[in-house]
Ligand binder design. Structure first.
Ligand SMILES: NC(=O)c1ccc[n+]([C@@H]2O[C@H](COP(=O)([O-])OP(=O)(O)OC[C@H]3O[C@@H](n4cnc5c(N)ncnc54)[C@H](OP(=O)(O)O)[C@@H]3O)[C@@H](O)[C@H]2O)c1
Length: 249
């Protein structure tokens, strides 16, 4: 594992209790950061993850709210303001998929995926950037997907949300570059998490076959790249998309 030092840094990781977000939370904690892991409602998974982390006093906090709900997100940030707490790093990993071919896709599934994946990233980044701008420092990392670049059958809503995240990232990066805030995307290929585990085995085998490295990635492998983008040393990387996909194209 790469050695990172995030002592004196505070991070928010949305979707930080499961999958890629959980691996990011764990890696940040191991590097000395204070982390607030946001999740949607799976309390059992969140508590189990918290116990497994065995973080020091106050080093890991859990916050349960829907990132697509502006009022809830604003209340969360206001609580941090009231406690005089500043945010250095935001990792937007909360995401969902509701797969169906377009002809069969309920409008609600289109809206929900866009709402959580894209609007949720906007809401969290907007509220973070307002605060990061004051201290003239920040690192924001959004999680997109190769699906947004190449498209996948049955994932028009998901692909659109992920392509939107890239456009959002590049635009925001330009807005805040002079304030010492970087905004980047990580684009993981197929990563072994709950997100894909429910897919039928034949489909998983077909996906594995498409990947030059012939295996799915590990959440920890994605986390290491996210931590690099969160360092001070990655200052000149902004508006970028780093794909971690075992060569999938
Ligand atoms: N796994 C892959 O192969 C893959 C590939 C490319 C991109 N990605 C992207 O990577 C990100 C993380 O994926 P993952 O595989 O780690 O997913 P996951 O294992 O399903 O975990 C999702 C996490 O997001 C949280 N979440 C979902 N909706 C939320 C909402 N509305 N508000 C707050 N939190 C919410 C969940 O909370 P609860 O536990 O409470 O539900 C959970 O902590 C997603 O953006 C996904 O699109 C994943």
């Amino acid at each position: 594992m790469i050695h990172f030092d995030f002592h004196d840094r505070t991070a928010i990781v949305t979707g930080g209790t499961r999958g890629i977000g959980a691996a990011v939370t764990a890696a940040l904690l191991a590097a000395g950061a204070r982390v607030i892991a946001v999740y949607a409602g799976n309390h059992d998974a969140a508590k189990a993850f918290q116990e497994q982390c065995q973080a020091g006093d106050g080093q890991l906090e859990l916050a349960c709210f829907n990132v697509a709900n502006y009022q809830a997100a604003e209340a969360f940030f206001r609580r941090l303001d009231d406690q005089n707490r500043q945010i250095d790093i935001l990792v937007n990993s909360a995401g969902i998929r509701r797969d169906a071919i377009v002809a069969m896709m309920p409008e609600q599934d289109w809206r929900q995926v866009l709402d959580v994946n894209l609007t949720g990233a906007f809401i969290m980044a907007k509220l973070a950037v307002m605060r990061m701008s004051r201290k003239r420092y920040g690192r924001i990392i959004n999680i997109t997907s190769p699906s947004g670049r190449i498209g996948f059958e049955g994932q028009a809503n998901y692909a659109a949300s992920k392509a939107g995240q890239v456009a959002f990232t590049k635009s925001l990066a330009k807005e805040v570059a002079r304030r010492n805030i970087t905004v980047n995307c990580i684009s993981p290929g197929f990563i072994d998490t709950d997100f894909i585990s429910a897919l039928p085995e034949e489909q998983l085998a077909a996906y594995r076959e498409m990947i030059p490295k012939k295996r799915f990635g590990k959440a920890e492998e994605v986390a290491q790249a996210i931590l690099f983008l969160a360092t001070e040393e990655a200052d000149y990387i902004t508006g970028a998309v780093l794909e971690i996909s075992g060569g999938l194209s």
